[in-house]
Design a protein around this ligand. Sequence first.
Ligand code: ADP
Ligand code: MG
Length: 286
Amino acid sequence: MVSPELFAPSDREILIRFRHVYKVYRIAETGVVALGGVDLDIAPGEFLAVVGPSGAGKSTILNLIGGLDRASAGSVEVDGHDLGLLGVDALTRYRAHRIGFVWQGTARNLVPYLTVRENVSLPAAIDRHDDPGRRRDADELLRLVGLGERLRHTPGMLSGGEQQRAAIAVALANTPSIVLADEPTAELDSESAATVLDAFRAVNREFGVTIVMVTHDLAAARAADRRIRVRDGRVLHEGASVEPMGDDGRVRLPDEAVAALGDGELEAEVTADEVRLRRRSETGHA
Ligand code: ADP
Ligand code: MG
């Protein structure tokens, strides 16, 4: 097994640091362990993809980085500050100034009756402590994500991919150092998804912003600089092998393969040297 030090960023250049992070949700008398001891280092300017099956704890990791939630145990540090030690007001300021969010569906990202230009200008307009020096020019941001010709459109006039690119521009408006994206391409066809990934890459290059993107999408995961897998509330280190056959005789596919196959019933064809899996909908069998 390769030692984690070989691919973790070195100490000097860590922006986000998880140390033995646990998150337990209480439901009635029982606890649900969403994270069971996560250690994770993310370098400034990194574009990281977080992959793993549903319920693995991916969104929980984003919520902790974004200060939307607090760890039950362990520490989440950003720039050397332990988020667990910040008071409510300091955490709110941290979220407003350091973090940009891009969610899966547009409804949560954009105000429907404002133009995309107004949407990008909104975070500064409602921030009482706004410092014009910290604000980015809305039109420039929209040009960077390929929406220079759509400034006066409202979200309803845009395609799904354009809406998500507008959401990226909104997320960048307040010069955050970290952008968190939860399944940002999940509702898009692959062509639109590619334009959204290009937009993430463009803002990453232009501003050096750190991007943490949860995704089920194989192409999206490939677009990032690095991928980590989360399973059962733990981070599996990159390069760690997955035992193909469990003691129970079940075959475990890598997460990428599961993502590529998608939901629904599969059909297996066993030959002498391989097993082919196909979606039943593609084989034409009932
Ligand atoms: P993922 O994003 O990988 O699908 P989540 O981080 O949303 O997974 O959830 C991890 C686990 O924690 C799941 O078992 C989920 O049901 C549970 N969980 C998440 N949020 C809550 C909550 N607010 N209350 C109770 N359980 C939760
Ligand atoms: Mg999730």
